[in-house]
Design a protein around this ligand. Structure first.
Ligand code: SAH
Ligand code: SF4
Ligand code: F3S
Length: 466
């Protein structure tokens, strides 16, 4: 019987994309995915190190696995991703039941260990499955694997929204950040390889791809001919039946004007930009070594808003980094009021081993960090309420990507979450929804129609967009 595998993933979308790639490679080598960790022959933990809390989740899982390994000594446990640095002897010592460690996207030795002989690649070998309503997202099912018959239908349907990593690593050195030391220098994948992957995903049912990179705007600088993200958009926009292209994360000092224009003009590129500011204070930004000032950030936001009508904006904020005073923190709240982002991801500073900031005292007390976090959340909740309220009564286009607790769920072009009830199967279709309810986090409404491209695809035609 074929060996089975289970991949557990924490961290950002990049990690999810990496897990998906690993799952695909395993399936291509004849292994079978299982969604039951207890019964897997190979268990992979794909880890995150961005904050201590992320690492603790992995240590919790490793604790659970100790017991499993005792009961099933033959199980192979592998740990990979951003917790695995060049020197991971500490981790090794803490987890003697782990047989294989691998750095982000360095899958070779793990694959060698679990599937030394590559199975001949067969057509349709890897189906990345969807588990409706559950949070398990990864399952590449190899050819000849058993798919549980009770829900075979839902499991073999591909998710309509998928990730593609286009550039791995980061050449910057923000003082708080561990990512460059774990993911290494920037390395872009060639356009042809990304287009081939996107075509494969589209053939499995994907209608939207999100292009990922720590600084996705730096895509292509290390490739021959120096293509940029706008060139990649053009190449992907030519794929029939791929309706939507998203990208993240943008860096305020690295966003080329050409990319802004491409977002504003290409119909298939969604008007949503994730552009982390981290702090509203210039002195903090200097301490973070971010490479821009608030004045420059605001002028970039103005240019984006002028050239991308209807754009929605998301940002990341760190509160309570070493030395952050009340006044510096207040500048962050002021910035939120000034820019009015649609979405804000906020985190309390967590010192990371090996970073520059780890040498400084972590001097903002935990309670103060927590108060600041809550202050950001409450200001943002009010702003998001105000931004979303006027959408009431509008009809928006929603790509339906899941069914959650009996309701269909999807996203608008601007990435706003929309729920609706309907008896038909809307998965992977573009619905026109009239908004009847708004909240700071999501919208709700009623389907009024299906978009032309979506109708055409179901009828077996490809609509040529003009
Ligand atoms: N490349 C992206 C973000 C990468 S990490 C960028 O430049 O913005 C994702 C987010 O985690 C960051 O935006 C930051 O807000 C947060 N983060 C990174 N290091 C952190 C740390 N040491 N403590 C708390 N949050 C951190
Ligand atoms: Fe980390 Fe800064 Fe690179 Fe983002 S740009 S990954 S925050 S070092
Ligand atoms: Fe975590 Fe690595 Fe992503 S540290 S946030 S999984 S790049």
């Amino acid at each position: 019987m074929a060996k089975s595998f289970f991949i557990w993933t924490v961290g950002c979308q990049m990690n999810e994309a990496d897990s998906e790639r690993l799952g695909r490679e395993m399936a291509e080598r004849g292994l079978c995915a299982t969604d039951n960790m207890e019964e897997a022959d190979v268990i992979v933990l794909n880890t995150c190190a961005v904050r201590a809390a992320a690492e603790e989740k992995t240590f919790g899982k490793l604790g659970e696995l100790k017991e499993l390994k005792r009961r099933k000594p033959d199980v192979t446990i592998a740990v990979g991703g951003c917790m695995v640095g060049a020197d991971h002897s500490d981790l090794k010592r803490r987890a003697p039941h782990v047989s294989e460690f691998f750095r982000p996207i360095q899958f070779e030795s793990l694959l060698e260990r679990v599937a030394p002989v590559a199975a001949p690649s067969r057509n349709g070998v890897a189906l990345v499955a969807l588990t409706l309503g559950a949070d398990l997202r990864i399952s590449a099912v190899g050819d000849g694997c058993v798919v549980p018959s009770d829900d075979a239908g839902s499991r073999t349907k591909s998710r309509p929204t998928r990730w593609i990593s286009v550039i791995n690593g980061c050449n910057r050195a923000c003082t708080y950040c561990i990512v460059p030391s774990r993911r290494g220098r920037e390395a872009s994948r060639p356009i042809s390889e990304i287009v081939a992957e996107a075509r494969q995903l589209v053939s499995e049912g994907a209608r939207e791809v999100t292009l990922l990179g720590q600084i996705v705007d730096r895509y292509g600088r290390d490739l021959p001919g120096r293509p940029d993200l706008a060139d990649l958009f053009d190449a992907l926009a030519a794929i029939d039946d791929l309706w939507r292209i998203r990208f993240l994360t943008s860096h305020p000092a690295d966003m080329p004007e050409r990319v802004i224009d491409a977002v504003g003009t290409l119909d298939k590129v969604m008007e949503n930009i994730n552009i982390p500011v981290q702090s509203g204070s210039d002195t903090m930004l200097r301490r973070m070594k971010r490479g821009y000032t608030i004045e420059r950030y605001l002028s970039l936001i103005d240019r984006i808003r002028q050239r991308v009508p209807g754009v929605t904006l998301a940002t990341d904020i760190i509160v309570g980094m070493s030395g952050e005073t009340d006044a510096e923190f207040q500048a962050t709240l002021d910035l939120l009021e000034r820019v009015r982002f649609d979405v804000v991801h906020v985190a309390m500073y967590s010192p990371r081993p090996g970073t520059t900031a780890a040498m400084w005292e972590d001097d903002v007390p935990r309670e103060v960090k927590r108060e600041r976090l809550h202050a950001v959340e409450s200001v943002q909740e009010r702003i998001a309420t105000e931004i979303n309220a006027p959408i009431l009564g509008d009809t928006v286009e929603v790509l339906v990507d899941d069914r959650v607790r009996g309701r269909w769920q999807g996203r608008t072009r601007g990435n706003k979450l929309v729920f609706f009830d309907h008896e038909e199967n809307w998965l992977g279709r573009l619905a026109r929804v009239t908004i009847a309810r708004t909240s700071p986090w999501s919208l709700g409404g009623d389907v009024v129609a299906e978009s032309a491209a979506s109708v055409a695809l179901r009828r077996g035609l490809t609509l040529v967009r003009t």
